[in-house]
Design a protein around this ligand. Structure first.
Ligand code: LMR
Length: 399
């Protein structure tokens, strides 16, 4: 070719989670263990196809596949609203919530960022320190500057609540604040109910715009309990809520999520819904159908929904059991290594406190993959791999 058009294009440094997952797949060692990406695997190390989802597949069959509307499948959107807010939430009764089907939880946060960039431009966006890396990227892509509020108290392996509140209080009024209401990624530590109330008070008093990213509903305490923070907040103030079905319906590759905007009244919600549809049209036109039908089928049927809730409970119970098992194994190997954090943190992730170098040691020496930040996905543990992980962890902790 005469000319290079793209010679200046820089190489992609890789994504700290997805690229690591690629490296894991390419690792030829048979005994490797993937505790990096947030994917739940069962006791045999497989991504489960939930019984409720299997039944939904049978129901949806080989129907025709027209385009879905820009805002998605109607039954899906209703299912999202009832799941996130609870069927009897006053905001739903007053038709104050605009909800769209999105391409996973990432798509929900992305459309939220696009919507906010257009309608409330120029605000500061605050995300927790640390957070899921992509929060920064998605809001920056939409044109925002992002900054952080303290969240992780390294010394006590808990929430730096005083630091968080102080940062939210001193942020410019009307800032956008991204909050993970349950099963915080990457730390595994959540706000207590009292802390949630206090944070809500600050958000409301400062006129901040809360964007809740709820990707793990059901993996903390239960499907209903995990939504309590969001539900209470939505009774007090407008907010945005992104949710995901990747983990709790084990539908990773189907890319199923939702975005709900809680508005002041029904008229505002209708206009907001219109603008969300426009944002979707400009980005990918309309969401995909198969996952949409599956989610709508599970959430829209009392029996399947009850079955699904039991399946979420089983996944959560198994993760909690694996936390205990790993803690026991580590204790059996060494008294000197602190494992309490495994038992107090919840959801898919635990923040181990291991440095990047120690994480690299575990990967290179033992084929045990954690994210560089020291995040361990406990949903990848099983009875077979726990002994190896425990040994690797103790060696890294004592190095
Ligand atoms: C994770 O944090 O590992 C998951 O949420 C997957 C992702 O998209 O990063």
């Amino acid at each position: 070719m005469a000319e290079s058009l793209f010679g200046h294009v820089e190489p992609f440094a890789g994504d700290p989670i997805l690229s690591l997952n690629d490296s894991f797949k390419a690792d030829p060692r048979a005994e490797k263990v993937n505790l990096s990406i947030g994917v739940y695997t069962d006791e045999k190390g497989r991504i489960p196809v939930l019984g409720s989802v299997r039944a939904a597949y049978e129901r949806i069959g080989f129907a025709e596949r027209p385009y879905l509307p820009m805002d998605g499948h109607a039954g899906y959107r209703e299912g999202v609203q009832k799941l996130v807010f609870g069927a009897n939430h006053p905001a739903l009764a007053a038709r104050c919530v605009a909800t769209i089907q999105t391409i996973g939880g990432t798509g929900a946060v992305g459309i939220a960022a696009d919507f906010l960039a257009k309608h409330v431009p120029g605000r500061t966006v605050l995300v927790s320190d640390p957070t899921w890396e992509n929060h920064h990227g998605l809001f920056q892509r939409a044109g925002f500057k992002t900054t952080t509020y303290p969240y992780w108290d390294r010394a006590n392996r808990s929430v730096d609540f005083a630091g968080m509140v102080e940062a939210l209080e001193s942020a410019e009024a009307g800032s956008i604040v991204v909050i993970q209401p349950v099963c915080h990624n990457p730390t595994g530590v959540d706000l207590s109910e009292e802390q949630q109330a206090a944070v809500s008070d600050v958000l409301v008093a400062k006129g901040h715009i809360a964007v809740f990213d709820m990707a793990y509903q059901g993996f903390g305490t239960g499907v209903e309990a995990d939504a309590a923070f969001v539900r209470r907040y939505a009774e007090r103030a407008s907010c945005l809520v992104a949710n995901s079905f990747s983990k709790n319906l084990s539908l990773y590759g189907e890319r199923c999520g939702g975005l709900s905007v809680v508005c002041r009244d029904a008229d505002e919600a209708e206009r907001v819904l219109g603008q969300l549809k426009l944002a979707v049209r400009r980005s990918y036109s309309s969401p995909p159908m198969t996952g949409g039908l599956l989610v709508a089928a599970v959430l829209g049927d009392d029996e399947l929904r009850a079955q699904w809730t039991r399946e979420v409970d089983e996944m959560r119970t198994r993760m909690d059991a694996m936390r205990k098992l790993l803690a026991e194994r580590i204790r059996a190997l060494s008294n000197g290594v602190d494992v309490d954090f495994l038992l107090s943190q919840r959801g898919m992730f635990s923040f181990t406190g291991l440095s990047e170098q120690r994480v690299r040691d575990m990967r290179e020496k033992d084929g045990v993959y954690l994210v560089g930040s020291g995040r361990m996905c406990v949903a990848g543990l099983n009875e077979e791999n726990v002994p190896k992980v425990a040994e690797s962890f103790v060696a890294a902790s004592q190095a």
